[in-house]
Design a protein around this ligand. Sequence first.
Ligand code: ASP
Length: 614
Amino acid sequence: MYRTHTCGQLRLTDVNATVTLAGWVQTVRKFGSITFVDLRDRYGITQLLFSENLNAALEANPLGREFVLQVTGTVNERSSKNANIPTGEIEIVVTEFKILNKSAVPPFSIQDDTDGGDELRMKYRYLDLRRNIVKKNLELRYAVGRSTRNYLHENNFMDIETPFLIKSTPEGARDFVVPSRMNAGQFYALPQSPQTFKQLLMVSGYDRYYQIVKCFRDEDLRADRQPEFTQIDCEMCFVEQEDILQMFEGLVKRIFKDVKSIDYTDTVQRITWEEAMWQYGNDKPDIRFDIKICNIKFPQHTFPSKQSQSALIDGANFGVFDDAETVVAIAIPNCSEYTRKQTDELTEWVKRPQIGMKGLVFIKCNADGTFKSSVDKFYSEEKLKAIAEAANAKAGDLILILAGTEERTRKATSDLRMYMADKLGLRKKDEFKLLWVLDFPLFEFALEDQDGGGAGRWVARHHPFTSPKPSDVETMINNSPKVENLDKYLEHPYANIKANAYDMVLNGNEIGGGSIRIFQKELQQKMFAALGMNEEEQQHKFGFLLGAFEYGAPPHGGLAFGFDRLCAILGGSETIRDFIAFPKNNSGRDVMIDAPSTIDTKQFEELQIKLDLK
Ligand code: ASP
């Protein structure tokens, strides 16, 4: 037997017991004739005491960091206790020890505040995983997965595996492809998600499906993406949107409870996509803080049901506002006393290329009820007061105003809103706020070619299987998707078709999304056609699905959560990489196994592929 106990197990109640432990040497500290060793395993750390009688043996077999060590000894009460660890009141007085394996000196220290840089830790990920902080993340991931499985099992969901070697599933990214040796010249695609398979399972009558499953997307890796990532993928049949929302807010609440001991009793708020864009400039707003946008001026077609407030700024001959498509303001609480240096810093911030604004206008709402702004030359105190009222600003607030083209200005305002909230500490790590965003547009218009499918065409905002709102089906059927004037695509009826789609947002992150699906063959064909697929292409790509829809497809819908992201947020981290055992780096490389890499000539021959790199 290698061990009788783990390194996290022994307590004062075990004093005098004879035990055997096995683990890794964390530290060796020699004090005169005695030596202390911290022995570590997955469960904790136990202090070992080697007395003088073992000195000769230790000298003959010196211990080093990360050696694998087995010891037998007696549990002893420590004279100087360590309250920071659960085993801190005891130590093992070693009677026998055996080095099970030596270790080279690790390239970085195996402790929370390690000296290892990112790249080094990734190269030696198996050592990095020994660190407590990384282990905690994986434990949390496991807990989220377990909670998910329990909840879904209790609700009659069945875990069904779907294949990885498939044909393209469009989720808006490039496919990873795998050549087939047995079918030379042909390729599988790795699934971007199990989307079509889960829909087929609904056709087969498995009315509640789930899978915690790998998805593969060949995207340029933005800050926090991984080419392979994990989804909690779910589908149900005979459901409407409301059923799905209830079921899956239930899941997230259960995860909160099981993993964080949080009783999320609040009703999960809901907002339409349009309202989210209107109030926050963003379709995944962080609602932990209550700063909303005041839309002073905007192109009417972007928010057909909203009233312009441009009278607030008109007639002042202020070119920046007069020439702008969009002018929006946000009131930042309690910042009216910002100094020149601070407002300059904000101006520089919005001018950074990532934000792309030309400048920033501010109005200070002084505590005494007066106003001071960077546009005093153009606007009277009275006008400033009117803007402040429209922006819902209180005395003591600082109003920040951005002006420019609609899309960029709205995005910049949203970024500024988050930036200020971070500055003011309004985005608290231990506060969790869920939000459903509903009624997304069904289509987006690709003015530029995004995926090789050509420019100037409609693309599915979610994916091509998402159904339009029932009230928009007619619009879709009765109108040709053709856009005559590219500049006026927003006036095309398709621009206003809303989808039966929903996203779940947690603290400003989209953690999940899905839709009620199209289940009628004709409507699905219409959808494919709207996306520019002719009949032949439809058959080639999705003949199987269209075929299945001929055999009694039930109404169905579902969603998928980004499992890695959910874990990262619950773990209070920004990076999903910290929650994946063996992640890739920002260039999509696994630096530990050194992949991707070249393959043998023989493999090319078997695949009948000749490499001709450009
Ligand atoms: N397959 C979708 C995705 O990966 C989720 C869904 O619609 O269920 O985003």
